[in-house]
Design a protein. Structure first.
Length: 149
């Protein structure tokens, strides 16, 4: 499966693509040279809105639109998602999520513990994810992307 790096102009798209299971890094630095080195070292496809930056790396894709929805649709047109990977990556840090028993959550999550047997957990961010009310909104947005490519 392809692995990606999104530049700083694609943060919102990056988060949506992670929800759809894409392995997509987001740079911690702002220096283009460092981003390129990281892409080369890790064999990543660079997604960028910067045309000059795009021309510097042969495994880059120029994303023309400024609209995140159009950006996501453009990327999934080129690299169709694997639906079995949906909701398997942390939208914040890109780590793979693991299933954990909700009983192990602390008492700040009483309603989650009573409504869900298992939840997704990110070890790196120390965050939990579950199919709460926000899940339906996210799912609706993903379906919008998928149905309009």
């Amino acid at each position: 499966m392809n692995r990606f790096m999104a530049d700083h102009m694609l943060k919102r798209s990056c988060e949506w693509l992670r929800l759809m299971g894409y392995d997509i890094s987001y740079p911690e630095c702002h220096d283009d040279n460092d981003i390129l080195k990281y892409c080369i070292k890790n064999d990543l496809i660079l997604l960028t809105r910067d045309y000059e930056f795009y021309k510097r790396y042969n495994k880059s894709i120029f994303i023309d639109s400024t609209n995140y929805e159009d950006q996501v649709k453009e990327i999934i047109r080129m690299f169709p998602p694997d639906k079995s990977k949906f909701f398997t990556r942390c939208p914040v840090c890109n780590s793979e999520l693991i299933d954990v028993d909700s009983k192990n959550m602390d008492n700040n999550y009483i309603s989650v513990k009573s409504n869900f047997k298992t939840v997704k957990y990110c070890k790196k961010c120390n965050k939990y994810f579950w199919k709460g009310s926000h899940y339906k909104k996210i799912e609706k947005e993903i379906n919008f992307f998928m149905n309009n490519i």
